[in-house]
Design a protein around this ligand. Structure first.
Ligand code: FAD
Length: 557
């Protein structure tokens, strides 16, 4: 007996995972995938590396084709078929065959929308000139490759310094092209807090020309046939190739035209079972708005992991299972030129945007593995937690190694509603080449727990210039002379007991060291001797992230 007919619009991350799960749950269902593109189930996350020739064969990006869907799962795939309207009353989709223009109606019992998001392409002068690309599909990456191979550009401008922009920059450099990144925000990786993005800027500055804090105003054709990219502040960059990576917009037009509820961010609104405002229609992936687990706000989180999980959940819900999506926390990672940046949960700026003020932050710079084992490298880590009870709210990390492992642990902790006290006690694996007996995760928990318990008070880095505090540097003299904060007095930790009489009792003392460890000892010692003390968490390393040496300006959250 024929089962229910499920039609899926979009056959990549969310759509393909929904289809496969549906088949596993219901052998009798008739499942049809429609995609207007040439491929289904391709690895769009791998596209930058295909452009960069790191992945050399296109076939490696094709995870499953129509034949495999048909033969293995008994799922029909219709490529180059675009859904152009939803007739909700008759439960039919109006479909156009892209190549022939023929239109037909496709009935459904359940409809799943997984149309993704389209790259933003603002209506700037010259935006349609040849040589300006966006990257979303396999044909987009083929076009960029072909352009590189035929025109052999020496210079490229990547507009946008977000995750895809940085991945593209790395891959274009890999093709021997000089890259300039033009970014509207005055930091790279805008999802990170600015002082954390400073580590990224420093690293990227050695690899590409960076033009931050100034949006592109337009594009012109140069006399030599290349392009000129102009910025609002009046800069101009010559380029043989431009890649626009300035974000995506949810493809919610089809849903909107059908009268489905759309959220404030422009994404399709769904319930926890991924069902839209129409009981016969589900939606998943980049096109939907999702609830942020930490702030409780609706957000657009265009990431592959949530899209895949939502596809699976929609399939469960369609088959009558009690399947629920529990929300997102924007866990993301990006690698470029040997550096990794990752985050999970809320950043300080996202909490501020959400009007949440009951939080504190700590910084630390632990090594990815035992300091004595060769190749130890720091992880710059920022933890955001609820000040009143230590609930973990977010974490950001930047470093060469071990970054993603720590953020994954934090991600799971946030998902489980863990506190900084749980991180103190977290049992993670350890051997010298992988971690430390007191792992970075434990260290972060301990430093934050010390604050929540009241063992140490924190000073705020952005308040440094304005506060009437006595600034105490407890590093060794040679470290102090190699670079210090203006106005600081140096008393190395080992000498502090003997020189306590040099410290004021009528002013607050703000203490720092290199990474925040020795200053914590100093704080504990001074507090127990009756001084009013605050720790500048993360030490001089964090100071240099807030007050970059070559920028002479404070990062602002
Ligand atoms: P998509 O995977 O985009 O699929 C949508 C499909 O729907 C497309 O094939 C489209 O042709 C089709 N479609 C749209 N409208 C219609 C219509 N009306 N009729 C028929 N078909 C239609 N995420 C990560 O988590 N990590 C990464 O490292 C990462 N890297 C990325 C790199 C790049 C270059 C890109 C572009 C994305 C990256 N992402 C990454 C994001 C991730 O790929 C998306 O979040 C995910 O693919 C979203 O899945 P989706 O099913 O919603 O949409």
């Amino acid at each position: 007996m024929a089962g229910k007919r499920v039609v899926i619009v979009g056959g990549v991350a969310g759509g393909a995972s929904c289809a496969a799960r549906l088949r596993r749950l219901d052998e009798s269902a008739e499942i049809v995938i429609l995609d207007r593109g040439y491929y289904v189930s391709f690895a769009n996350c791998g596209l930058p590396y295909f452009v960069g020739d790191v992945i050399q064969q296109e076939s490696k990006l094709l995870l499953a084709g129509p034949d495999l869907f048909r033969d293995r799962f008994h799922i029909e795939v219709h490529l180059r078929n675009e859904a152009i309207a939803i007739d909700r009353r008759s439960q039919e989709l109006v479909v156009r065959e892209v190549d022939s223009g023929r239109e037909y109606r496709q009935p459904y019992d359940a409809l799943v929308l997984s149309p993704g998001a389209s790259p933003v392409r603002p209506p700037l002068p010259g935006i349609d000139l040849p040589g300006i690309f966006t990257l979303r599909t396999l044909p987009d990456s083929e076009d960029i490759r072909e352009w590189i191979e035929s025109k052999v550009p020496r210079r490229a401008v990547v507009v946008g310094g977000g995750f895809i922009g940085l991945e593209m920059a790395e891959n274009l450099v890999h093709r021997g092209i000089d890259v300039t990144i033009v970014e509207m925000a005055d930091q790279l990786l805008p999802p990170l807090d600015p002082e954390m993005a400073e580590y990224v800027r420093r690293h990227m500055a050695a690899q590409a020309t960076l033009h931050l804090g100034d949006p592109v105003s337009g594009f012109e054709q140069a006399a030599d046939g290349g392009l000129v990219v102009r910025t609002q502040a009046g800069s101009a960059y010559a380029a043989g190739l431009v890649v626009l990576a300035i974000g995506v917009r949810p493809e919610s037009g089809l849903a909107q035209a059908a009268g489905l509820e759309i959220g404030h961010q422009g994404g399709i609104r769904v319930d926890s079972g991924m069902r839209t405002s129409d009981p016969h229609i589900w939606a998943v992936g980049d096109a939907v708005e999702v609830k942020n687990r930490v702030t409780g706000q609706w957000e657009l989180i265009p990431l592959a992991g949530p899209a895949n999980r939502q596809g699976r959940i929609a399939a469960g819900a369609i088959c009558g299972r009690d399947a629920h999506f529990t929300g997102v926390q924007a866990t993301a990672v990006c690698g470029f030129f040997g550096l990794t940046a990752a985050l999970t949960g809320s950043t300080e700026k996202s909490l501020r945007r959400a009007g949440m003020e009951d939080y504190k932050t700590i910084y630390l710079h632990p090594y990815q593995h035992a300091a004595y084992y060769p190749g130890a490298k720091p992880i710059h880590l920022k933890l955001v937690f609820r000040a009143s009870d230590g609930l973990l709210l977010g974490a950001q990390a930047v470093g060469e190694e071990g970054v993603e492992r720590r953020i994954d642990v934090m991600a799971m902790a946030i998902q489980m509603g863990a506190t900084v006290f749980d991180l103190e006690e977290a049992e993670v694996c350890y051997a010298p080449q992988y971690g430390s007996a007191k792992d970075a995760v434990n260290m972060a928990g301990m430093a934050a727990a010390n604050v929540v318990r009241g063992d140490v008070a924190l000073a705020s880095w952005p308040d440094l210039g304005a506060a009437d505090a006595f600034l105490l540097d407890v590093r060794e003299a040679e470290e102090f002379h190699a670079g210090s904060i203006d106005g600081a007095v140096n008393i190395p930790l080992g000498k502090l007991r003997g020189r306590m009489n040099e410290l004021p009792r009528d002013r607050e003392i703000w203490v720092y060291c290199r990474a925040g460890h020795r200053s914590y000892y100093a704080c504990r010692f001074l507090v127990q001797n009756g001084f009013r003390v605050r720790n500048l968490a993360g030490g001089y390393r964090t100071y240099r992230a807030w007050y970059p040496e070559d920028r002479k300006q404070l990062c602002t959250v």
